[in-house]
Design a protein around this ligand. Structure first.
Ligand SMILES: Cc1cc2nc3c(=O)[nH]c(=O)nc-3n(C[C@H](O)[C@H](O)[C@H](O)COP(=O)(O)OP(=O)(O)OC[C@H]3O[C@@H](n4cnc5c(N)ncnc54)[C@H](O)[C@@H]3O)c2cc1C
Length: 363
């Protein structure tokens, strides 16, 4: 149910952030009692994203019903392809993504919520206090602060999580991302092309091109604190257009941030009665930037942990339930220094295509 203001002073669970982690967390926590889901943006929210759904996302979501066809764009699926631009090396893989409209996907997720979840947009969590009786959060809506309490709080408020900060957990740093939506003047191949070019400079990680109906997303990822990334994006677009004239004019450009995970300390399930899910907890692939499957899976487990445990035991239950996800993240982090080095990117171009294909299945 969507409301203009929280209608109660106490809920069993409060969830901050209506992304995939928050929605799945709220869905499951609602089994225990009323849930308040607050979202800082207006609803339906908009998240800058490539909108590519990994098979892990689809497997988890199959539990909640059929994904509506209206969300799916043309081409329906795209396969991951590594592209060393300067050496003209292409490594197509078998890793396939469902190509969706991310805004409509996020909106569809909220339609799954049961009636005892109240969802309030334009409402930001500002502060968190916890004691032996529970958790009290300060929320701001329409310039006014209100206090609402709960047994458990789930922070699913993304890569710059305020809940994480309020708990005193060190924030992770973030990549700078830019995405241009460019008109397609002709068809391009049905790939999610991940492109590496040397000319863009050391602050540049990689670019990607993915067709989305009559436009294509041309995205680029830059290391934290990159200055004037839009100039690098202009340069990247010029280089890409010289070989791909189908990439027409840019209809819009958006900037965002994505988690830059470095080590085990970045992945934190929570503190006390507060659980951290999705990017807020550090749950996102550090090697590929794929985050929706980590968000739905960690959000689901946070909601289940709250629903199935005493409020003082929910974090312990969640920590146990996420053991495999954390092990998977730590394994991927070990490869980062190699993958991110200039030499690693060059070597990737020499690795036989079947091996690139096999390795990317696990990224
Ligand atoms: C450019 C880009 C492209 C990407 N492409 C892909 C892709 O193709 N496939 C893929 O799997 N992943 C992709 N990702 C990653 C993916 O989008 C995220 O990992 C995923 O959305 C994380 O989900 P989440 O629920 O943890 O957080 P988010 O989706 O970030 O949601 C967090 C929500 O919390 C809200 N919020 C923040 N602060 C507060 C507050 N104080 N109070 C209340 N609400 C708050 C925010 O407004 C936001 O709506 C991409 C990311 C970027 C930046």
């Amino acid at each position: 149910m969507t409301h203009a203001m929280p209608i109660s002073e106490r809920y069993t669970t409060i969830v901050a952030g209506a992304g995939p982690a928050g929605v799945l967390a709220a869905y499951h926590a609602a089994v225990k009692g009323p849930v308040l889901l607050v979202e800082a943006m207006s609803l339906p929210r908009y998240k800058s994203c490539g909108g590519m759904l990994h098979h892990h996302t689809l497997r988890t979501l199959s539990e909640y019903g059929q994904l509506p066809e209206e969300l799916v764009l043309s081409p329906r699926t795209v396969r991951f392809r590594y592209h060393d631009w300067d050496r003209r090396v292409l490594k197509p893989t078998n890793l396939e993504f469902l190509n969706v409209d991310r805004a409509r996907f996020d909106e569809w997720l909220t339609t799954l919520l049961p009636h005892n979840v109240e969802i309030v947009g334009n409402c930001s969590l500002r502060d968190v206090r916890q004691d032996s009786r529970g958790v009290t959060v300060t929320l701001r809506r329409d310039g006014k602060d209100i206090e609402v309490s709960c047994e458990n709080l789930i922070g699913a408020d993304g890569g710059r999580s305020q809940v994480r900060r309020a708990l005193g957990v060190a924030s992770t740093s973030t990549y700078v991302t830019l995405q241009d939506f460019v008109k397609l003047e002709g068809p391009i191949e049905p790939y999610f092309d991940c492109i590496y070019m040397r000319d863009i400079g050391d602050e540049y990680a990689y670019s990607y091109v993915v067709p989305k109906g009559d436009v294509a997303i041309v995205g680029s990822v830059y290391y934290p604190r990159t200055k004037r990334p839009w100039e690098k994006q202009d340069m990247t677009l010029d280089i890409l257009r010289s070989a791909l004239p189908q990439l027409g004019t840019s209809v819009s450009r958006e900037a965002a941030a994505a988690l830059y995970l470095r080590g085990r300390a970045d992945v934190v399930p929570g503190r006390g009665r507060v659980l951290l899910a999705g990017e807020a907890g550090g749950f996102m692939s550090p090697s590929s930037g794929e985050g929706i499957s980590y968000a739905v899976n960690s959000g689901r487990l946070a909601g289940l942990a709250v629903a199935q445990s005493d409020s003082t035991q929910a974090l312990a239950a969640y920590t146990a339930l996420t053991t495999d996800i954390r092990a998977n993240l730590f394994r991927k982090m070990r490869w980062l220094p190699v993958m991110e080095s200039a030499i690693g990117k060059v070597v990737a171009g020499f690795v036989p295509t079947p091996i690139v294909s096999r390795v990317t299945q696990g990224l």
